[in-house]
Design a protein around this ligand. Structure first.
Ligand code: PMP
Length: 459
């Protein structure tokens, strides 16, 4: 067992800096009061004392008091190249001053340039050349389902239990996570298959002797619950909201093969896993050696701008011309500029490679924590999309939901923002901007070491 490295304590951020500018907005109490009175009570909020963030620079954000935080959650995985990356700020500022909006009924140069660049990032020979731009991941998934149904003439869709695909009606129907489903919102023609969640295998089996039964289950599901012909399968390569659930290596090959034998198309929801985040590959699906027929994306695509896309082959894209389909803000010049700049910076600054190297280092550090801490049940993910599942003890695997919340509070005090997810809210999500350094990764691991020690001592 490795001895904890106490030389790094007490904790301090590796790149401390004052806030970029003094905060001169309304006081925090006023911000809270406005939210309480005038915003939907459905808005979710992290932390006992809500956090007010007023500035961001690269991997860091600042609150109104000038306290600096390492952003380990990247605005829910949207900030890929860094908050307010100077090149993005400059290019978007130029675009805002020139032309903000007209819609796609007129020509604009940037939309085609971004679509071309997107096609160039798809696997060679995949034919994934045609983009439909939206404003969000939910909308991108709506387009992918619509195009699949229209193309195949089939209606039934298979998604995975524990998945999250969005909050619009259709995307909510795909989502198979009770916390996110509303009673009144129907899920017609969506069937849910078993995810590759080895830590909590629904069959109580062990990989590899299980023969990846979770993946093979789709065949039975299609045979029993559909006409035998499906429109499509949609899956996140790594389930984000579901708790960074990372299926075994054969999983998607088996699933894609079954779905295709039953007439369906395969959709990879890359909203969280795309744009180099998984390190080894630009797209999450590439880690499983499969090529989808449609790829949906959002979040990291534009470093925080509201942008989503569904990318597919020309013959599938063609069905969108069957009727009129229109998205007013989809493809707007500002989001296009930000998307194009983001993609160019990911390439220019080698951020995928950084996600691989720093992500591997962080993962090793987290694995070490698992050997020392009884509450660390599982460490999962790839590159800079990592998850730590916390349990009361490693035998019962009872979800340590309250402890997870407590660790987030303690990490915040120490200047680290983290996310959480999973059905029981017991998986810490570590998904920082792709520009973090090895020192930042060490800070995160040290911070988790300290906070875990404190929380384990209390329970
Ligand atoms: N798919 C996945 C995998 C997601 O994580 C999300 C958002 N958390 C969505 C789709 C929906 O994206 P949006 O919130 O932009 O509609």
């Amino acid at each position: 067992m490795t001895t904890p490295d106490t030389s790094r304590l007490p904790l301090s951020l590796p790149h401390p800096a004052p806030p970029p500018r003094p905060y001169d907005g309304p006081p925090r109490e006023e911000v809270i009061a406005l939210r309480r009175q005038f915003l939907s009570p459905g808005l979710v909020q992290y932390y006992r004392e809500p956090l007010l963030i007023v500035d961001g620079q690269m991997q860091y954000v600042w609150d109104e008091t000038g306290k600096q935080y390492l952003d380990g959650f990247a605005g829910i995985v949207t900030i890929s190249v860094g908050h307010c990356h100077p090149e993005i700020v400059e290019r978007v500022r130029e675009q805002v001053g020139r032309l903000q909006h007209t819609t796609t009924i007129y020509l604009h140069p940037t939309i085609g340039q971004l679509a071309q660049k997107m096609a160039a990032h798809m696997p060679t020979g995949s034919g994934l050349d045609v983009s439909y731009f939206t404003n969000s991941g939910s909308e991108a998934n709506e387009i992918a389902i619509l195009a699949s149904r229209e193309h195949t003439g089939n209606v039934d869709v298979v998604s995975l239990r524990n998945s999250y695909h969005g909050g619009t009606q259709g995307a909510m129907a795909l989502t198979a996570h009770g916390n996110w489903k509303f009673k009144s919102s129907p899920s017609h023609n969506v069937k849910n298959a078993t995810p590759g969640y080895c830590y909590r295998c629904p069959y109580g089996l062990e990989y590899p002797s299980c023969d990846v039964r979770c993946a093979r289950d789709i065949e039975e599901l299609i045979r029993y619950e559909t006409t035998g012909e499906v429109a499509c399968f949609i899956g996140e390569p790594i389930q984000g909201v579901g708790g960074v659930v990372t299926p075994p290596p054969e999983y998607f090959q088996i699933v894609y093969d079954i779905v295709r034998r039953h007439g369906g198309l395969c959709i990879a929801d890359e909203v969280q896993t795309g744009f180099g985040r998984t390190g080894e590959h630009f797209w999450g699906f590439e880690n499983w050696g499969v090529t989808p027929d449609l790829v949906t994306m959002a979040k990291g695509i534009a470093n925080g701008a509201p942008l989503g896309a569904c990318v597919t082959r020309p013959e599938i894209a063609q069905v969108m011309a069957n009727r009129v389909h229109f998205n007013t803000y989809g493809g707007n010049p500002i989001s296009m500029t930000q998307g194009l700049a983001t993609l160019e910076i990911i390439d220019k600054e080698n951020l995928q490679e950084n996600a691989r190297v720093v992500g591997n280092h962080l993962r090793e550090r987290l694995e070490e924590l698992k050997t020392r801490h009884r509450m660390v049940g599982d460490v999962r993910g790839k590159g800079l999309m990592l998850g730590v599942e916390l349990v009361l003890d490693k035998t019962s695997k009872t979800p340590a939901s309250a402890a997870t919340g407590e660790i987030m509070e303690l990490a915040r005090e120490r200047g680290l923002l983290l996310g959480k997810s999973g059905l029981y809210g017991n998986v810490l999500r570590i998904k920082p901007p792709l520009c973090i350094t090895r020192d930042d990764a060490d800070f995160m691991a040290d911070c988790l070491e300290e906070t875990l020690t404190l929380v384990e001592a209390q329970s």
